[in-house]
Ligand binder design. Sequence first.
Ligand SMILES: N[C@@H](CCC[C@H](N)C(=O)O)C(=O)O
Length: 283
Amino acid sequence: MKLRFTKMQGAGNDFVVLDATRAPLDLSPGQYRHLADRRFGIGADQILIVGPSPAPGVDFSYRIVNADGGEVEQCGNGARCFAKFVHERGLTDKRAIRVQTLSGVIEPSLQDDGRVTVDMGEPVFEPGRVPFDAQGLVPRPVGDHVQWPLELDGTTVYVAVASMGNPHAVQRVDDVDTAPVAQQGPMIESHPRFPRRVNAGFMQVVARGHIRLRVHERGAGETLACGTGACAAVACGIRLGWLDARVDVDTRGGRLTIEWAGPGHTVRMTGPAVTVFEGEIEL
Ligand SMILES: N[C@@H](CCC[C@H](N)C(=O)O)C(=O)O
């Protein structure tokens, strides 16, 4: 079978985007892994499958599959690329689009400067809904939030947990350049306290409106940027009392701007979304 694809990136988090708006597309986990493979396939952190409207009042659906072949609930950088994709292909002329994901409807809108803003919904902090098993742990209160102790091979790290539809554990570090992302990321991702595994964020607070962030992503390893990771880090940082309501997030692949007015409000993320090339691959 020949499959047409579009390669896109948002702040260096890269995607193979597939159009399933006219005919359903259901590949196996092995086929998704092949598409994501940087040596034998196309190469991507995630595969995005754009589908037709699933319900009145919603314009499209889109599914997200990690490079390891597992389907997941949400992807922030992917949401921006999705919006650019449906526009560039002439699938809609709306600039504000409602799209169904596994974890609910989100709303990307195209900006005049070429960036995309996405209303990512409300962050969730209750451990059980992240999901995080906090049974028997003593939390450390900070600001209006808590950090939880996580044992990693004899070391204890303190993380704040949040869901942006997908699970995140965020720790504060002095300097992201020397943070132990490669060592601790995989251990946190698969820590038994996270029953659905987790995305592990390492956040350096530069100022109240500026952080630097690296994320070891569940199912993909460290990526150049993680949109939901940026939303989760900023929402946690605000509740922990370290950040203001609008924060520039510098990732290794570019800048995202995150805005959150606090509990009861949704998180808004603004950043780039770029088409790199199109092609066809034999599966
Ligand atoms: N790169 C993404 C997140 C993709 C999914 C994540 N790896 C997970 O498993 O939850 C983003 O930009 O948010």
